[in-house]
Design a protein around this ligand. Structure first.
Ligand SMILES: *Cc1c(COP(=O)(O)O)cnc(C)c1O
Length: 393
């Protein structure tokens, strides 16, 4: 009889490493740097990779194995490797797949540190990049050069919550034989599985919704086994590996990912609806609000809208700052995807070093505010936003 494929929530709870001799119900933490061998032959065969077993925690550890296996099932991926942070995943993935002289074609709206990696460090190894506009995918093919190896995007984008058409990018990547990589951190595999749309690799910062409680840094890359093998060989030597303790935390967190993300999304939608039409707001953007310019695409490639709502307070930079200062309950922080709601004002903080023009290209206007909607009761979240807006003169 063919085995019935389990649902997302079931895999999230039931994917576990083998029980030890103590028959524990919940997976224990394997805080050990190394593993022992039976004899000389066992050790030889293990190092020769004739056996699939743990040798040293820089290579693999039972807790990271469980975390990787779970994310692979969630994303529909063949294999993966877990990293100490999202940026370790981003860097190691690019570094293991690219050679000197190669070219990356990336969406303009990518995470700030990924942008800095492309602009400040990759030029040292003659790795170049070009940015395409996510609202003009037609223009992409002209930007592909014989040296282009990777097509890279995030969707929804940060902080503008714009979407990128993953299926279209997948087709372009296939046609030109590019490795298509998606940073899926904003959506989580619960809301969107880029591999279904043609992605070869999917990267996550586990720090955000995967942990979801603002405790640990983590990253993971999953996807095609041949590519993951190259990433693994690079990473077991260079050492960006996730710690067993953080892997254990992450695997536990994923047991509740679906529940948490459902609530993040329903709270965020309610916040977005409240803001829409508010007299002190110019616009509000949320993927599952019918007024979002890419609402149809959102419905096609995502299950719900995610935790991030972006809006613009009337009155520019000063009004944006005033709204930020008026907040009482929500946290003023740069993180996102936490159980606690978080407010940021990109123009005066995370994106303050950009020129006005660069900011506008990333969809950031002076009065724009980003809220990562958390798991507090939505009436309290809305009340805090309401009282802060009330105070803006
Ligand atoms: C936070 C983030 C990262 C980096 O992750 P860290 O865990 O902070 O290193 C990468 N991509 C996106 C989209 C992010 O939001």
């Amino acid at each position: 009889m063919k085995k019935r494929k389990k649902k997302f929530e079931t895999d999230a709870v039931r994917t576990q490493i083998e029980r030890s001799q103590y028959l524990e119900h919940s997976s224990p933490v394997y805080l050990t740097s190394s593993f022992v061998f039976e004899d000389a032959e066992d050790m030889r065969a293990s190092f020769a990779e004739e056996k699939d077993r743990n040798i040293y925690s820089r290579y693999a550890n039972p807790n990271s194995t469980e975390f990787i296996e779970k994310v692979c099932r969630m994303e529909g991926a063949e294999a993966g490797f877990a990293f100490a942070s999202g940026m370790a995943a981003v860097f190691s993935t690019f570094a293991s797949l690219l050679n000197s002289g190669d070219h990356i074609l990336a969406a303009r709206n990518i995470f700030g540190s990924t942008h800095s990696l492309f602009t400040q460090f990759f030029p040292k190894w003659q790795i170049t990049h070009s940015y395409f506009r996510i609202d003009d995918l037609e223009g992409i093919e002209e930007m592909i050069t014989p040296k282009t190896r990777i097509l890279y995007a995030e969707s929804p984008t940060n902080p503008g919550v714009d979407l990128v058409d993953l299926e279209q990018l997948g087709r372009i990547a296939k046609k030109h034989d590019l490795i298509f990589i998606v940073d899926n951190c904003f959506a989580t595999p619960y809301l969107q599985q880029p591999i279904r749309f043609g992605a070869d690799l999917v990267i996550h910062s586990g720090t955000k919704l995967m942990d979801g409680q603002g405790r640990v840094l983590a990253g993971i890359t999953v996807g095609r086994a041949d590519l993951v093998d190259r990433i693994y060989r690079f990473s077991r030597i260079t050492g960006p590996t996730l710690s067993p303790f953080n892997a254990w935390i992450l695997s536990k967190s994923l047991e509740t990912l679906a529940l948490r993300v459902d609530r993040h999304c329903s709270n965020a939608l309610e916040v977005a609806r409240y803001l829409e039409g508010h007299e002190k707001i110019n616009w509000v953007k949320y993927p599952f609000l019918p007024s979002h310019p890419q609402y149809d695409l959102a419905r096609k490639q995502m299950k719900a809208g995610g935790c991030v709502v972006a809006f613009e307070v009337k009155g520019g930079l000063e009004a944006g700052r005033a709204f930020f200062d008026g907040i009482e309950l929500l946290s003023l922080s740069a993180n996102l995807g936490d159980s606690r709601s978080i407010v940021t004002h990109p123009a005066s903080t995370t994106h303050s070093k950009l020129t006005d023009e660069e900011r506008l290209e990333s969809g950031i206007t002076p009065g724009m505010v980003r809220i990562s909607v958390g798991l507090e009761h939505v009436e309290d979240i809305v009340a805090d936003i309401a009282q802060s807006l009330e105070r803006i003169s």
